[in-house]
Ligand binder design. Structure first.
Ligand code: PLP
Length: 496
């Protein structure tokens, strides 16, 4: 796309002028001034204003003192376009969200229609048709045994809601001490105080301590770095699952409310597990009356090659958190699936779940979700992802000929490439090397080479890939070629 395409003269210039009547000592709002004056604005103006007034999420801002921000101006299909005119393949579906690709006209039309019909109504004491329809639609594609949907606006709120509902449920059913939660090491479950307590990444938590007490961690299923030899992945999975029972017994089963687990753990780089792991987890949770919560914020809506990872790996959760791709990212929405037993205590009398969100189940978001799920069905996206996943895996496995690639793992359209210093010993990068290579080189080199994806060192360093489900072998080849080029250079730098 030519840069000029991204430049915009504001047609509402005159309307902006009154906004500029402000205290001279206040912030410099040059972008607004330029727009009010009817000037064209583009990368240069956005860079200046963005650096001065935006605070990006999970982002180190110091590089912007010298260099530019990456500003994405447009999305179309599998591609993103930045403010300097570069075209990037979207290797991460936005943030595991745009599963049906970018800029789907059906979603825009559904949003517009809904805005004209009912632009907003909260689910506080009232209901609206799109939330009612969407709940049924979700239950029709969800794992067996679910009967109720609690809408949120995202994953964090789903995690927060699941913990609170589990706590209240046990208080109302004669087990008031059951309040603790267990989750897995290095797992990311969101950022509010409750969800952050469940998150297993110490570096994200330190600055916000003290957090909500009563959250504990057990090992994840990082088979590549299993603590000792196992006969096979099933045996490793049983070992890891048994650590959950150990933790429940140690804390006291009467005090543990829930266990949170992702079907494929994202942080650390696509830790999959076999069905044997999830079967054992299910047995343990049933035995100790612990709510099994599948956090499918990322793995939901086709990412694993099934509607949900819970179906693919037969997890049989009691609650299931979903968000992100429910609308393919076109609207913020989350849906917490629950078994009916959690709702039973609220059916009669004066009981209320004193919890909710103004925008949870927003009518426009629900309308977009319905249209999005229709696209999934019309285009057989789930089947497409399932059938093409082995090709994606094989394509990425070609990278094993590079000395820096230690492991390629994942499932569906969700893979991680782990970077190592020594393939044989699996020696990982030191903190300094990781800092130098990931932040100093990889993230920008990947972008420059034409891919938007993520080099991540929340655990051992990995490159994470989760392209739109509409991608196929052609895009896999494109991704592999870019990674090959960048990782070859990364190896030189690591050893240079
Ligand atoms: C597994 C998991 N849970 C929760 C969250 C938080 O979701 P959100 O950013 O929508 O609040 C994320 C975000 O990526 C996630 O991956």
């Amino acid at each position: 796309m030519a840069i000029s395409e991204s430049k915009k003269t504001n047609p509402l210039a005159n309307l902006l002028k009154p906004l500029l009547k402000r205290d001279k000592a206040g912030p410099q709002l040059e972008l607004l001034e330029a727009m009010a004056a009817g000037k064209e604005v583009g990368d240069k103006e956005w860079q200046k204003s963005g650096k001065e007034h935006n605070w990006l999420h999970f982002t180190r801002h110091s590089p912007f003192n010298k260099g530019d921000m990456n500003i994405i101006v447009r999305g179309e299909g599998h591609y993103l376009f930045d403010s300097k005119g570069n075209k990037l393949i979207d290797g991460l579906s936005g943030l595991f969200t745009c599963n049906a690709g970018h800029a789907r006209p059906e979603l825009a039309q559904a949003a517009q229609k809904q805005m004209m019909e009912l632009d907003f109504m909260p689910l506080w004491s009232y209901n609206h048709p799109r939330a009612i329809e969407l709940a049924e639609k979700l239950l029709s594609i969800g794992p067996e045994g679910m009967n109720r949907i609690f809408f949120t606006t995202g994953g964090t709120e789903g995690v927060e809601s699941a913990w609170k509902i589990a706590k209240q449920y046990f208080k109302m059913t004669g087990k008031p001490q059951k309040h603790k939660v267990i989750s897995r090491m290095t797992a990311y479950h969101g950022t509010s105080h409750g969800a952050l307590s469940i998150t297993g990444i110490p570096a994200f938590k330190q600055m916000f301590e003290p957090l909500v007490p009563s959250a504990f961690r057990v090992p994840n299923t990082n088979y590549y770095r299993a603590p000792h030899e196992f006969a096979n992945e099933d045996e490793f999975g049983i070992w890891a699952a048994n650590r959950l029972e150990e933790a429940i017994l140690f804390e006291g089963p009467d005090t543990v409310a829930a266990f949170f687990v992702e079907p494929i753990q994202n942080a650390g780089g696509c830790f999959t597990a076999t069905k044997a792991y999830f079967k054992r987890i299910r047995e343990i949770c049933t035995k100790h009356d612990v709510v099994l919560v599948a956090d499918e914020t990322i793995t939901g809506y086709g990412r694993t090659g099934e509607w949900f990872g819970s179906i693919r790996y037969d997890i049989q959760p009691d609650m299931m958190i979903t968000a992100k791709a429910i609308t393919s990212g076109a609207q913020p929405l989350g849906a917490l699936f629950l078994k009916e037993k959690f709702f039973e205590p609220f059916k009669e009398g004066t009981s209320v779940l004193a919890h909710g969100y103004t925008f949870g189940g927003h009518p426009v978001a629900c309308a977009v979700a319905l249209a999005n799920l229709e696209i999934f069905e019309r285009e057989n996206l789930i089947e497409h992802a399932r059938n093409n996943s082995p090709i994606f895996r094989k394509t990425l496995e070609r990278l094993y000929d590079l000395p820096i690639v230690g492991d390629v793992r994942g499932d569906g359209y969700f893979f991680a490439v782990e970077i190592v210093k020594d393939k044989k010993t699996k020696e990982t990068l030191s903190r300094e090397e990781s800092e130098k290579l990931l932040r100093g080189f990889l993230n920008s080199a990947l972008l420059e080479a034409g891919i938007y994806c993520r080099a991540d060192d929340r655990g051992d360093p990995v490159i994470q890939l989760a392209p739109p489900l509409t991608c196929g072998p052609k895009e896999f080849d494109e991704i592999e070629a870019i990674l090959r080029k960048v990782l070859t250079e990364a190896w030189k730098r690591l050893n240079g």
